[in-house]
Each structure stands twice: as structure tokens, then as C-alpha cells.
Design a protein around this ligand. Structure first.
Ligand SMILES: [Cu+2]
Length: 175
């Protein structure tokens, strides 16, 4: 299946015919040209009332404070994006084909279903788990997770001023 030319199919189910049978999912995340050493995973598990999200990363950029016009590098913005396509966009934007934030309930940024806590790089390593009541596992299969270079301010619309996309992974069901 050519996801790049078939966004509807990819965004709906990425070829999985019945997402509702899955109660856990995983995204293997890899860095793009800005941060090629990033490797990580994001695991989604259905729990009562919502979903538990566990993440682990290595090779993240090390925090740098803001200087002049440049935003700080980290803590790193982290979201679910609409399409399970970790490829450049039409204007060659890194992971632009993943589309905008996944926002099924048309909320302002800061309250998107796929707005996540920022990732703190501990000399390149991060581990974090959190709970959300905004989706179940079946809702996010076939979408993507994106890590950004800059912090999310949870305020600037529509994506929190979190800068370029430095890593991406497609969310697949866990068998
Ligand atoms: Cu994002």
C-alpha cells in the first residue's frame, strides 16, 4: 500500500481492518535528518477509563537554553499527528507527511487528544509514563507520534511553537 498517495486509508486504519480488537499498540520512533541518533518506542495500553502511555528514548538532543532568536532545544514537544506516514512533506519539511496534530474533537492546542507532556532529555535518554482519558488504543492505531526540537508552550495555535519535527514513528497494533 502506498500510504503517501493514499492518506485516507492510512489515516483511517493503516490497512488494519478492525482496530477494535487491539488493546495495545507500539510505535518505534526514529530520528530524521536533524537528529538521526534518536531511537525510541512509545507503547499504548488500554487501562480503565483511558490509556497508559509508556515512552523510552535514546539519542535525544541535549538541552540548550534559548539564545537570541533561537528557541531552547528541549524539553521536546511530543504529540500524536494525523497520518501514519513518517516521510517528508510536499515542501520537504521533515516528517511533514505526518500531517498536523491529531485533533478529533476540534479542541484548541493544549487540549488536543494527542497533546502529550514534553520529553526531558537526560543527556540523551528519556523515560516517561502517563495516563490520558482522551483516547483508547484503537483510536490511535495508524497515526504517528512526532518529537519536536523545541518546547511546547501549549498555547500557540495550532501546534505549540514546538519547532521542527526531529523524530517520528507509526503506531502499529501489538499482537
Ligand atoms: Cu507535533
Amino acid at each position: 500500500m502506498d500510504c503517501y498517495n493514499n492518506r485516507y486509508v492510512c489515516s483511517k486504519n493503516y490497512g488494519y481492518l478492525n482496530n477494535s480488537q487491539y488493546s495495545s499498540a507500539i510505535a518505534y520512533v526514529s530520528g530524521g535528518r536533524e537528529a538521526p541518533n534518536i531511537h525510541g518506542m512509545v507503547i499504548f495500553t488500554d487501562v480503565p477509563g483511558g490509556t497508559e502511555v509508556f515512552t523510552e528514548f535514546v539519542g535525544l538532543p541535549i538541552y540548550k537554553p534559548a539564545s537570541g532568536e533561537d528557541a531552547p532545544v528541549g524539553p521536546l514537544g511530543f504529540h500524536i499527528h494525523e497520518y501514519g506516514i513518517c516521510q517528508p512533506g510536499e515542501s520537504d519539511e521533515s516528517f511533514g507527511a505526518a500531517g498536523g496534530h491529531w485533533n478529533p474533537t476540534n479542541q484548541p492546542h493544549g487540549n488536543h487528544a494527542g497533546d502529550f507532556p514534553v520529553i526531558f532529555s537526560n543527556n540523551g535518554y528519556a523515560r516517561m509514563a502517563f495516563f490520558t482519558n482522551k483516547f483508547k488504543v484503537q483510536d490511535v492505531i495508524g497515526k504517528s507520534v512526532i518529537v519536536h526540537k523545541n518546547p511546547d508552550d501549549y498555547r500557540t495555535q495550532p501546534s505549540g511553537a514546538s519547532g521542527v519535527r526531529i523524530a517520528c514513528g507509526v503506531i502499529h497494533p501489538m499482537q
